[in-house]
Design a protein around this ligand. Structure first.
Ligand code: GLN
Ligand code: ZN
Length: 764
């Protein structure tokens, strides 16, 4: 029998039970015992689903409150000093929550730990904070408790833990502790490994044979010292005498394959969806008695698997390892929704093309059955059904549109070039006549409950089109009058019609589908429901023009049109896997180009194309960066280059570092870029300064994530710092990001102060 296993299962629950329970607990509505009960129930349910799919080994330890890295950090006792953890005491659940989000029902509110993206996914983990000589100890027992819990339910378990090198790599010096910034991470191994060994021994004592140790950093460019550290680290872990499955995912191991040679682990898992070419190479690095686990079912996307192709892979000589060959999804299923069966509204045709976590395990079972009992009739039928679904998708007229094909073929001839910035900006200034240090906002204004209710009622059909439009227009008028009163220079319509910056456009574009329940964890209790791009993208009709034109009709000040950029739409969706991402992105860019041109034709003189996800699209390996940057920049320019010189193009990016991509940022050639930088004290501008970035730039002067009202002087000060780095005449004054999560009172106070700051700057 082929051995199948899973790398990890989504923890949120099909109805987002985990989110609800955690938020209720934080709000004091349920007790910790009640919260724990929800966790137990979810774990039991998810183990059951996996057992029902016939998995030989079921993961434990993939469940997490808030985040699995945070779970592990607290198990290791690596609690930053500011949380006041008593030495020798177990780490309380509320301490974990305080580390994740700053507060919990008990304990002093404390600055939360930083959160950042998990490799190239949209999941965010809590960054471990390291200090020299950090003390580690087994400070929580949840992992062992959960192993017992699963065993009591009759499951054969495989605990999953982050590897020591990956955990250290993901960590950073504790910013609150002097001298910790440049902590030597590898030097911490000496203190860390004994705790790992202790954990592994405890697991072994529970009667467990296999432990999965995740080392996804083996998909990254690693310094030699880190590559070399593997041998010694795993020699030490081997002393615990459990069977270790070293799990890698998200990438081809490339030069890190050499790390595997002679490594004292009993098995290795590789991602053959992201790195299909590594099979032979990795197999060649292993001994005959080591397990090779092949990740063949895509854990990062929602399409049904081509099982014939998977079987072909398994039939390669490199995969002929008898009972030393295991099969699995490519990575944890954390990154896909839980269950397709929860979708009631997707049409049958589209639904037949999809596979969520639960279905992926069924595919895995079928793949194993096709190897073990190929002649079994039920297996044959199931395989045929799978084949039919794939074929239907390939041939569906809903996927391929001749008009899009023709436009794409002609897209090469469309200009991506505008006249040099110096010439454009003169036309723009003549048309817009803005003061120096012009003020603007990033797009959205407070989204009150009223607005949300209006949108929801309209979507449900409870509110008619005319009534909805009237209400939205009222809101837009309110936002315009407000901005006039405050004295802003370039106004926005406020985005009241948008629930989400990607969903809004996806719903108006052809080629997109939406799920009711396709939630994926983004961070903590936050989940997102990415749209599914299943077919050629086209724009049946203008998407934003009526709202923007209405807003512009109310005022003489320029109103900024507001669009989400092609790369960001791509990045925050599930993207079709039957063509290159770059091709889908270019289709999006063409649709947006039409929208940009239509906005201009409707009298909109300033158009912003948001690209907050531009940086996160970077591939994991440096060597692949330039290719991505080239097509991403090309798509942005394709969207924005159809307009006259006098039309001003803005872009906006947040959560970004720019140092290593500044050339591409400049190549986007937006007339104005607004960025998040207030929290970094304008330090993010260094990249723009040393590059002599030529175009206009609006460094955010206050943090919209906080309800605190920024002081005028403080913003003046920040702008002076910006002025020391960049020419004053190139600077704009604006908040960090959109205001939709803020309330009106603080928004008003903040923007009044911001406009005063700009005025003060003009007279200095
Ligand atoms: N225009 C968007 C807004 O203001 C930008 C959001 C973002 O950058 N994430 O809400
Ligand atoms: Zn932003």
């Amino acid at each position: 029998m082929t051995i199948t296993h899973n790398i990890g299962f989504p923890r949120i629950g099909v109805e987002r039970e985990l989110k609800r329970a955690q938020e209720s607990y934080w709000a004091g509505k349920i007790t910790q015992d009640e919260l724990e009960a929800v966790g137990r129930e979810l774990r039991a349910r998810h183990w059951r689903v996996q057992a029902d799919a016939g998995l030989s080994l079921i993961p434990v330890g993939d469940f997490a409150w808030y985040d699995h890295i945070l779970e592990w950090t607290t198990l290791l006792g690596a609690v930053p000093a500011r949380f006041g953890q008593a030495s020798g005491q177990p780490v309380a659940l509320d301490t974990l929550f305080r580390m994740g989000r700053g507060r919990a029902p008990t304990g002093t509110p404390t600055a939360a730990c930083e959160m950042t993206k998990w490799f190239d996914t949209n999941y965010h983990y809590i960054v471990p904070e390291l200090v020299p000589q950090q003390d580690y100890r087994v400070a929580r027992s949840h992992l062992f408790d959960q192993i017992r819990e699963a065993q009591a339910l009759g499951h054969r378990v495989k605990p999953v833990i982050p590897g020591p090198l990956t955990w250290l790599w993901l960590g950073k010096g504790d910013a609150f502790v002097q001298g910790a910034a440049d902590v030597n991470k590898l030097a911490l191994l000496e203190r860390l490994l004994p705790v790992y060994v202790q954990v592994l021994q405890t697991i072994k004592a529970l009667g467990v044979q296999w432990v999965q140790i995740d080392e996804p950093i083996l998909g990254l460019d690693l310094p030699l010292a880190w590559q070399q550290a593997y041998a010694e680290v795993y020699r030490t872990l081997a002393t615990a005498d459990v069977s270790i499955l070293l799990a890698t995912y998200f990438a081809d191991l490339q030069d890190n394959t050499a790390v595997l040679k002679g490594l004292p682990v009993q098995g290795v898992h590789i991602d053959l969806v992201r790195g299909p070419e590594q099979l032979e190479r990795v197999a060649g690095a292993l001994n005959d008695d080591q397990v090779l686990s092949l990740g063949l079912i895509d854990g990062r996307n929602i399409w049904r698997t081509d099982l014939d192709q998977a079987r072909h892979t398994v039939s390669q000589p490199a995969a002929r390892r008898g009972d030393k060959l295991w099969l699995a999804p490519s990575c944890s299923l954390l990154h896909v929704p839980v269950d397709l069966e929860a979708e009631q509204e997707l049409d049958a045709e589209l639904k037949a093309w999809l596979s969520f976590a639960t279905q992926k395990l069924d595919e895995l079972r079928l793949l194993a059955a096709s190897l073990d009992t190929p002649d079994d009739q039920a297996t044959q039928q199931a395989l045929q059904a799978q084949r039919d679904a794939l074929l239907a998708r390939r041939n569906s007229t809903r996927i391929h549109r001749a008009d899009v094909g023709a436009r794409m073929a002609a897209a090469g001839a469309l200009t991506r070039d505008r006249r040099p910035f110096a010439e454009r900006i003169a036309h723009q200034q003549a048309q817009l006549s803005l003061p120096s240090y012009p003020t603007t906002t990033i797009g959205s204004f407070p989204q009150t409950d009223e607005i949300r209710v209006l949108r929801r009622d309209w979507k449900r059909g409870a509110l008619g089109d005319a009534a909805y439009e009237k209400a939205m227009r009222q809101e837009i008028e309110h936002v315009i009058r407000f901005q006039e009163k405050v004295g802003l220079d370039v106004l926005v319509h406020g985005e009241p019609e948008r629930n989400d910056m990607v969903e809004y456009f996806g719903e108006l574009l052809a080629g997109f589908a939406f799920t009711q329940n396709g939630w994926v964890q983004s961070y903590g209790s936050r989940c997102v429901k990415p749209p599914i791009i299943y077919g050629d993208v086209a724009r049946p009709a203008p998407m934003t023009v009526a709202w923007s034109a209405y807003a512009q009709s109310l005022t003489d000040k320029p109103v900024k049109g507001m669009l989400t950029g092609p790369v960001t739409i791509l990045q925050w969706s599930f993207v079709r896997d039957d063509q290159a991402r770059e091709t889908t992105c270019r289709q999006l860019a063409l649709a947006l180009r039409d929208e940009v041109n239509d906005l201009e034709a409707a009298g909109i003189r300033v158009i912003q194309i948001d690209e907050p996800a531009f940086r996160e699209g970077l591939p994991l390996r440096r060597a692949d960066w330039q290719r991505y940057l080239d097509w991403a920049v090309d798509c942005f320019r394709l969207s924005t280059s159809g307009v006259a010189d006098a039309t001003q193009i803005h872009t906006h990016m947040c959560y970004s570092e720019f140092n290593d991509i500044i050339e591409s940022i400049a190549a986007m050639d937006a007339d104005v870029i607004t960025i998040e930088t207030s929290r970094s004290n304008m330090e993010l501008l260094e990249a723009f300064e040393s590059f002599h970035y030529p175009n206009d730039i609006g460094p955010g002067v206050y943090d919209i994530h906080s309800p605190n009202v920024p002081q005028r002087e403080w913003m003046v000060d920040l702008m002076k710092k910006a002025g020391a780095r960049l020419p004053r005449e190139r600077l704009w004054v604006n908040p960090d990001c959109g205001l939709k999560t803020r309330g009106w009172p603080e928004t008003e106070a903040a923007l009044v102060a911001m406009v005063e700051a700009a005025r003060a700057l003009r007279y200095t």
